[in-house]
Ligand binder design. Structure first.
Ligand SMILES: NC(=O)C1=CN([C@@H]2O[C@H](COP(=O)(O)OP(=O)(O)OC[C@H]3O[C@@H](n4cnc5c(N)ncnc54)[C@H](O)[C@@H]3O)[C@@H](O)[C@H]2O)C=CC1
Ligand SMILES: O=C(O)C(=O)Cc1ccc(O)cc1
Length: 305
């Protein structure tokens, strides 16, 4: 018996993350009843075809009625619209959470709509792939990954523990931190890498002297890793950039300064500076592997295709 069993879980949004949740909830018996709602009728129909839930509702308000746990898995820019739609229908005592990649903005968008008596505990599983949609999900996505919860002050500790137990049942380790700190940390470890990837692939695509077919033909594995990240969902990443603006700009400013120093070392032939930096960064990679956060290939839970 899992430690966190819910009578009814409502999933709002059934893309990569929502459908991975549906699969792991079913596999591990974390709920008696899974109710699914999403904005697009075609996606809802596909979720039904895949048999991801027990009930499917076009109306998000109807979907959350009677649910003990509601998990919102939509692009972060849609958080307020979803909160508005579901708020009047939430059951007193229910836990409301989300999986968005940014947290301060989600709190600002959703918290004002949450009725008293509902436990609002924002969350973020640090697990994903470049794929999206209900077909992309898989039950082991959250296995051995971290999930960060960012409850606001005064949240019932029992509700936090119940949600933490749910994520542990999904295979994750759980950390708790405040939303602002989450946004700063994720800006450097997740948001910047994606922005850099979008940028380098865009730069390669714009070159006049190197043809597109040469970029494809001769792409080394480093460039290929960037193209994987740069293939991530445009709506999701547009929203991340717009909703973690300050932290991303802060990290981009630091990144640009360090890039200028690197450029200078190359221009002036400062081999020692280059060697020292490359030695230091190799150590980071080794620490990640030692901490068991990475397998031999940099696949970040990549879906087997
Ligand atoms: N893709 C990834 O690797 C990860 C994504 N996240 C976060 O999870 C959330 C969901 O991302 P994915 O599942 O990857 O996206 P996805 O694009 O695969 O799925 C998004 C779902 O939200 C639905 N949706 C969009 N707008 C909506 C609205 N206004 N009302 C109701 N449903 C709406 C779509 O129909 C779709 O079912 C995002 O906030 C993202 O930042 C978190 C961790 C990893
Ligand atoms: O696919 C990858 O490499 C990722 O980095 C997945 C990812 C994307 C967004 C998140 O908020 C968390 C994880």
């Amino acid at each position: 018996m899992p430690s966190a069993h819910f009578e009814r879980i409502a999933l709002i949004g059934i893309g990569l993350i929502g459908s991975s949740l549906a699969r792991v909830i079913r596999d591990k018996g974390l709920a008696r009843d899974i109710v699914i709602s999403t904005r697009s009728p075609a996606t809802l129909a596909r979720a039904a075809e895949l048999g991801l839930g027990d009930r499917y509702c076009a109306d998000a308000g109807e979907a959350v009625e009677g649910a003990d746990l509601v998990i919102v898995s939509v692009p972060v820019g849609a958080s307020e619209a979803v909160a508005q739609a579901i708020a009047p229908h939430l059951k007193p005592g229910a836990i409301l959470t989300d999986v968005g990649s940014t947290k301060a903005s989600v709190v600002a968008q959703m918290a004002p709509h949450v009725p008293a008596g509902v436990h609002f505990i924002p969350g973020h599983p640090i697990a994903g792939t470049e794929h999206s949609g209900p077909d992309a999900g898989f039950a082991s996505l959250f296995q051995n990954r971290w999930c960060i919860l960012t409850p606001t002050e005064g949240t019932d500790p029992e509700a936090i523990e119940r949600l933490a137990a749910f994520w542990r049942d999904c295979g994750s380790n759980v950390d708790v931190m405040d939303p602002q700190h989450h946004d700063l940390v994720l800006a450097i470890v997740s948001h910047l890498p994606h922005i850099i990837a979008y940028n380098i692939v865009g730069t390669a695509d714009d070159l006049e002297t190197v043809t597109k077919s040469e970029v494809i033909k001769y792409s080394a594995s480093g460039f290929r890793d960037f193209t994987r990240l740069a293939a991530s969902d445009p709506t999701m990443w547009r929203d991340v950039c717009l909703h973690n603006k300050e932290a991303i700009l802060e990290m981009l400013a630091r990144f640009s300064e360090d890039l200028a120093a690197l450029q200078r070392a190359i221009r002036w032939g400062d081999g020692q500076a280059l060697f020292d930096l490359f030695t230091r960064t190799r150590g980071i990679r080794r620490s990640i592997i030692e901490a068991g956060q990475e397998t031999a290939a940099p696949d970040f839970g990549r879906q087997k295709v």
